[in-house]
Design a protein around this ligand. Structure first.
Ligand SMILES: [Zn+2]
Length: 171
């Protein structure tokens, strides 16, 4: 399976929703990546993408995946680093509304990892302040909204979406 169009890019794993593509544990030099943490990260994406029908901001999905890594085992997931402290001191940390751009259109290369880490801190803050349910409820309501929108709109020829049978979700 091809995951990226360019050779040499450093993606360790990619999630397509229900399918995860990931380097094998021996694909890279020993100590260069944590295979278990990478798998855990991608599995968290499977859950968030499926719960939202892919209707979740990138920063939120990445933040939850990195946060899940940290919750899974000590040493997994991004952690406070000198780069984070330096970015903080220089006023270069991003607002939540800027995190998607920080991941997809970074102004400097290190902004990608900073954005992932910051997103995970926002997720950690949400859980500590409002509880775990705050994650699950928006994900479920996003899925319901998405499915209702897909199922209620007329398609070409005036027919309803063929998956209309799955629209019986509780309100
Ligand atoms: Zn990810």
């Amino acid at each position: 399976m091809r995951t990226l169009g360019l050779p040499g890019l450093g993606a360790l794993g990619v999630c397509f929703g229900q399918v995860v593509a990931i380097d094998s544990p021996r694909a890279r030099k020993i100590g260069s990546f944590n295979w278990g943490a990478t798998l855990w990260h991608e599995l968290a994406h499977v859950i968030t993408l499926q719960m939202t029908n892919h209707n979740i901001p990138r920063w939120y999905s990445e933040g939850l995946s990195v946060y899940e890594e940290r919750r899974a085992r000590p040493g997994w997931g991004d952690d406070l680093s000198p780069a984070v402290v330096r970015a903080y001191q220089e006023g270069k940390l991003l607002k939540v509304s800027e995190l998607n751009a920080g991941m997809m259109r970074p102004r400097v290369p290190e902004q990608i990892m900073l954005s992932y880490y910051q997103a995970s801190l926002f997720c950690e803050l949400i859980e500590k302040k409002f509880g775990f349910e705050r994650f699950r409820n928006p994900c479920c309501s996003s899925l319901k909204t998405s499915l209702r929108r897909r199922c209620s709109g007329p398609r070409s020829g005036g027919q309803r979406h063929p998956r209309a049978g799955i629209c019986g979700l509780p309100r």
